[in-house]
Each structure stands twice: as structure tokens, then as C-alpha cells.
Design a protein around this ligand. Structure first.
Ligand SMILES: O=P(O)(O)OC[C@@H](O)[C@@H](O)c1c[nH]c2ccccc12
Length: 256
């Protein structure tokens, strides 16, 4: 069965091939801002708030958004990082969104994309990204390790995303220090917060920061995930649709 994730990755291979042909060189020298350090010393549950115009599961979410204005509201109201979706064909985001956001906020920025090659990491680094996403469901062990090391060589934090026990084992084996538990199954799009609860019952004592991702709507959800052992949340759609974004951000910042 070809799933949406397979389709996205196929398309991403074309994009990467073009990117390599364009032979841009991404030499820059900057020191990324650490999300890990910020979370380790935080007394509240950390919040990664996302700029997401559209998605394959929800269609158009908020096409009129100004990414910079949205990110500023996030940062001003206590978000610990801003995630910017940069995939264009499926999420209607761009690398320019990431650059613009980075230029306007002091907190770390996550380049949310389907990373399959070093060239994307170099581009993220040069564009101001501080955190890279590596999705276990889209990469084998060799790829994950290689891309993880490449990111670390640039001083980038890496969020390793898992959805089940087997992927969690792989993330722990490579000693990922930030592990995202995606409540959404990227093959079927089903979202269930009990995914975080189940995985943290088995692995919550392991030495990593656990981020619960997707499908988070309310302060009750945040508290439930805190009780499960998550130290951070990744929230997109709820914030992109909120009538009062500032208030929505503040309501998701709960004490640990
Ligand atoms: O909009 P939500 O349900 O709050 O989800 C945010 C984030 O977790 C989601 O965008 C996401 C998690 N992992 C991904 C991987 C690729 C693209 C998107 C994602």
C-alpha cells in the first residue's frame, strides 16, 4: 500500500535532486540556539508552536497567516520554540517563511520538513534553523544515524520523531536526546493522545526529553500529557485556528 508518507518522500527525493543540482553552497558560520538547554532548565512544560498553513490530512488550515506576525505572538506569549513547516507541495510552507521567522524572534526555530539528505540540513543551518526533525518512519537506521551526526556537527538540536515501540527503540539506541512522540500515525492520519501515554508508560524513565506532538487542543490535553511524562508539546492546528492566538498559547503553558 502506498501511503501519504511514501508520496511525500517520493516528491522530496525530486526536490533534493534539484537542490543538489543547483549546487548552492551553504557556507555560513552561526551558533544555533539550543532548545534542549532551555527545556532542561524550564519549570514549565515547554511549548513548540507551529506555523502551518495547510496539511495533507486537514487541507487548508490558515492560508492568510503572516508567519512572522504569528511567530511573534507565539514568542511574546511564552512559546519555547517555533516550528515552521517548510514543505511546499503538501504543507504550503517555504524556506523563506523560516528565514523571515528566524529574523524576527529570539527563541529557537524548528525546520519542520521531511529530511532525507544532508543538503537539506545544510540549507536549514544556513537559513537560520536551530532544530532539525528526523522522522523514524521515513528513514532507516543508517540514514537516521548519518543525518543525526551531520546535524550535530552543525550544532543543531535534533527532534527524532517516533510513533510506536519499534521506532522508540531505534531512537533510544541512537541516543537521541529529544524524542518526539507523534500522536498522529503518518500512514493513516489517525490521531490519539493515548499514543504518548502508552509509550511513556514503557519508556518514560529513559534519558531524553519527550515531546508530545499533534492533536493537542486544550489545557486539559496539556495537563494529561504532562501527567504522562511529556516535558514539551508541539501544537500546530489549534494555534493556527485560534481566534485569540496569544490566549491559546498561554493556556498551553502549564507548570511541571
Ligand atoms: O497540527 P497539530 O495536530 O497540532 O500537529 C502539529 C505537528 O505535530 C504536526 O504538524 C507534525 C508532527 N510531525 C510531523 C511531521 C511532518 C509534518 C507535520 C508533522
Amino acid at each position: 500500500m502506498t501511503t501519504i508518507l511514501d508520496k511525500i518522500i517520493d516528491k522530496k527525493r525530486e526536490e533534493v535532486a534539484l537542490l543538489k543540482q543547483s549546487a548552492l553552497s551553504y557556507e555560513t558560520d552561526r551558533t544555533p540556539v539550543s532548545f534542549y538547554d532551555r527545556v532542561v532548565s524550564s519549570k514549565t512544560m515547554a511549548l513548540i508552536s507551529e506555523v502551518k498553513r495547510a496539511s495533507p490530512s486537514k487541507g487548508d488550515i490558515n492560508l492568510g497567516v503572516d508567519p512572522v506576525e504569528q511567530a511573534k505572538i507565539y514568542a511574546d506569549n511564552g512559546a519555547d520554540a517555533v516550528s515552521v513547516l517548510t514543505d511546499t507541495p503538501f504543507f504550503k510552507g517555504t524556506m523563506d517563511d523560516l528565514k523571515a521567522v528566524k529574523a524576527n524572534i529570539p527563541i529557537p526555530v524548528l525546520n519542520k520538513d521531511f529530511i532525507i539528505d544532508e543538503v537539506q540540513i545544510d540549507r536549514a543551518y544556513a537559513s537560520g534553523g536551530d532544530i532539525i526533525l528526523l522522522i523514524a518512519a521515513a528513514l532507516n537506521d543508517e540514514e537516521m544515524n548519518r543525518l543525526y551526526r551531520h546535524s550535530k556537527e552543525h550544532g543543531l538540536d535534533v527532534l527524532v520523531e517516533v510513533h510506536d515501540e519499534a521506532e522508540m527503540e531505534r531512537a533510544l539506541k541512537m541516543e537521541a536526546n529529544i524524542i518526539g512522540i507523534n500522536n498522529r500515525n503518518l500512514h493513516t492520519f489517525e490521531t490519539n493522545l493515548s499514543t504518548t501515554e502508552r509509550l511513556l508508560r514503557s519508556y518514560g524513565k529513559e534519558n531524553a526529553i519527550f515531546v508530545s506532538e499533534s492533536g493537542i487542543k486544550s489545557q486539559e490535553d496539556a495537563i494529561r500529557l504532562k501527567e504522562a511524562g511529556a516535558k514539551a508539546l508541539l501544537v500546530g492546528e489549534t494555534l493556527m485556528r485560534a481566534g485569540n492566538v496569544a490566549k491559546a498559547v498561554r493556556s498551553l503553558k502549564v507548570d511541571l
